[in-house]
Design a protein around this ligand. Structure first.
Ligand SMILES: Cc1cc2nc3c(=O)[nH]c(=O)nc-3n(C[C@H](O)[C@H](O)[C@H](O)COP(=O)(O)OP(=O)(O)OC[C@H]3O[C@@H](n4cnc5c(N)ncnc54)[C@H](O)[C@@H]3O)c2cc1C
Length: 558
């Protein structure tokens, strides 16, 4: 048996961020990670060491925007621990079948000039669209960086600028009601309201659907933020890949005396009375926690898989059923393709320039195609007849990730977890097989070749991961890349359920962090930081409050 002040289940980036804040306050912390390396959905690995030595691949997350909306990097001084962000400019390229294209730069003006070549009205509307979502993002940024049901914490995050932005989007009664109307609508409706041309609607629909729902889905118009964030705060990647963020966090955690124990699959949370007091891992070892057990995995897994039903019922008789039945994880997840390349893909029909490959490349020919890409997985069909997908050649911005002059290709293709009519077959009974995943990957590469004809001959090696394998690797329900769907009914103070939305649970000493908590999935570190603040507020209420007030009043001195 080992003893710590705090035990964290899972060493994803949020678990590591949370650990770092607690270690800084003097708590002893152990992170228990089921995999052989820390990082969860944020690792960079030499995936094909035999066929493609020296090529480094981001297994999941690649483009980071949300983390720049919070203070984690500065507060934890991650640059001192080896982190360097490389901002991308241009940020997005989307070739259109008719020869037009969408190319966004960090500068909104420059982007409008690109759009104006093809449609002057859309260029002006783009400026309006981005302006709205930037004011919206700045107005709600303070909410991201606090527990969602902690009104004083949220208010404490507002400064003059964010109040101005809030007022500018709220305005008078009609403007406020119109804002609510905008929130209730779908990305598709909003894009049709703003723009005339498909070459701009389609990529923006594709980015909005990163929330994991089709562009026609009401209540996710907030997906408009996905484009506006690429202008401000910008889109960046750690030098060396997403894993370099993890490495910096690991360096910090270790420097502060934290323990990161890999291949420690937590199978049970230990409860004494109505309090979580530790965990037991697969090999039988117990890790005791004096002050708290924090979970980097979502509430559904924690309460349905790691706790005895009787222990949960003793504190909340309805919670298990509500987690089981009320939390929604749709059937859409991701098929991943990684390739080692001898040269970059060349967009011959669009007057190829290497700058197209600095940011994300979106294959989104029409809003309809994007709609199908997200509708079909929900009913168990693979949308590969005419694939829409997100691709990146990260080695253009960061050549250190491949041998000299060579490149990598990262592709994210939305696909069903459970294939319709194939229940009980293939990996984990999902219907996915090696043959099928490779067939789908071939279709995706064929589609890319329509735009970049040299792609096929440039592939040195390829790895395809099916949704079922991804789910198994991450341990997430139905391979959900956000742990819990990111629809409005499961966001902010509803995430994952109102009664456990503030990182605390009815079991004393058991806390939640990670993508399944506010503000949700993506590389942000915010759930980790917010959870640590909640924990510290409970442990040292007076001291911590005074410190927070001090930081607000004398920000320069803290
Ligand atoms: C394919 C893909 C692409 C993505 N692309 C982007 C992107 O470009 N930009 C972006 O911002 N976000 C992206 N995301 C989302 C983002 O990566 C995740 O939302 C984020 O990394 C989640 O971090 P986390 O720390 O909350 O959870 P996780 O990274 O899921 O960490 C949880 C950890 O817990 C471990 N674990 C699970 N069960 C147990 C157990 N029983 N015992 C011990 N350990 C356990 C897991 O192995 C994992 O390490 C992507 C996700 C995927 C899957």
């Amino acid at each position: 048996m080992e003893n710590y002040d705090v035990v964290i289940i899972g060493a994803g980036h949020n678990g590591l961020v949370c650990a770092a804040y607690l270690l800084k306050e003097g708590y002893s912390v152990a992170l228990l990670e089921k995999s052989s390396i820390p990082g969860g959905a944020a690792t960079t690995e030499e995936l094909m060491p035999e066929e493609a030595p020296g090529f480094m691949f981001n297994r999941c997350a690649i483009d980071h925007e949300f983390i720049h909306l919070g203070p984690v990097i500065e507060e934890l001084e991650l640059n001192k621990y080896g982190l360097e962000y490389l901002f991308c400019d241009p940020t997005v390229f989307c070739p259109h079948p008719d020869g037009k294209y969408f190319l966004s730069h960090k500068s909104v003006d420059k982007t409008c000039n690109e759009i104006a070549q093809f449609n002057r009205r859309d260029a002006e509307k783009y400026r309006e669209f981005i302006d709205f979502w930037q004011r919206f993002t700045k107005a709600i940024q303070p909410v991201f960086n606090a527990p969602p049901q902690a009104i004083f914490d949220i208010l404490g995050n507002y400064d003059i600028k964010s109040i101005q932005n809030l007022l500018s989007i709220l305005g008078g009664p009609h403007k406020s009601l119109d804002l609510i109307r905008t929130m209730l609508t779908s990305p598709k409706d909003l894009l049709e309201e703003y723009f005339d041309s498909e070459f701009i609607r389609a990529p923006l629909a594709r980015l909005a659907s990163e929330f994991g729902a089709p562009p026609s889905q009401k209540t996710i118009s907030v997906g408009g933020m996905m484009m506006s964030m690429r202008h401000n705060p910008g889109m960046a990647r750690p030098r060396g890949g997403t894993g370099a963020l993890i490495q910096a966090l690991v360096n910090l955690v270790k420097a502060k005396g934290g323990a990161i124990l890999t291949e420690q699959n937590v199978k049970r949370i230990l409860v004494d009375g109505k309090r979580a007091v530790g965990v037991e891992v697969q090999n039988g070892t117990e890790y005791r926690a004096k002050y708290g057990v924090i979970s980097n995995i979502d509430a559904k897994r924690v309460f349905l898989q790691l706790l005895e039903p009787g222990d949960v019922a003793a504190v909340d008789k309805d919670l298990r059923e509500r987690l089981d039945r009320r939390i929604v994880n749709n059937n859409e997840t991701i098929l991943r393709i990684d390739c080692a390349l001898s040269e970059v893909p060349r967009f011959e029909h669009h007057n190829h320039r290497d700058e197209y490959l600095v940011g994300s490349v979106l294959i989104a020919d029409s809003v309809r195609q994007v709609e199908i890409a997200h509708q079909e997985p929900e009913v168990g069909n693979i949308p590969d007849a005419d694939p829409s997908f997100y691709a990146v050649v990260p080695t253009v911005r960061d050549p250190s990730m491949a041998p000299d002059g060579q490149h990598t290709l990262w592709v994210e293709f939305f696909a069903p977890y459970q294939i319709n009519g194939a229940q009980g077959t293939g990996f984990a009974g999902t219907g996915w097989t090696d043959e099928l995943k490779n067939k789908v990957a071939d279709r995706v590469i064929d589609k890319l070749a329509d735009y970049a004809p040299n792609i096929k001959q440039s592939i040195i090696a390829r790895n395809v991961e099916s949704p079922a394998e991804l789910g198994d690797r991450l341990g997430a329900y139905k391979g959900n890349y956000y742990h819990v769907d990111m629809t409005l009914d499961q966001m902010v103070f509803f995430r994952p359920l109102p009664e456990i939305a503030n990182y605390t649970t009815p079991l004393e000493g058991l806390y939640l962090t990670g993508a399944g908590t506010h503000p949700g999935g993506a590389i942000s570190g915010m759930p980790g930081r917010n959870c640590a603040r909640t924990f510290l507020n409970q442990q040292q209420p007076v001291l911590n409050r005074l410190r927070e007030i001090g930081k607000t009043v004398f920000p320069k001195l803290s």
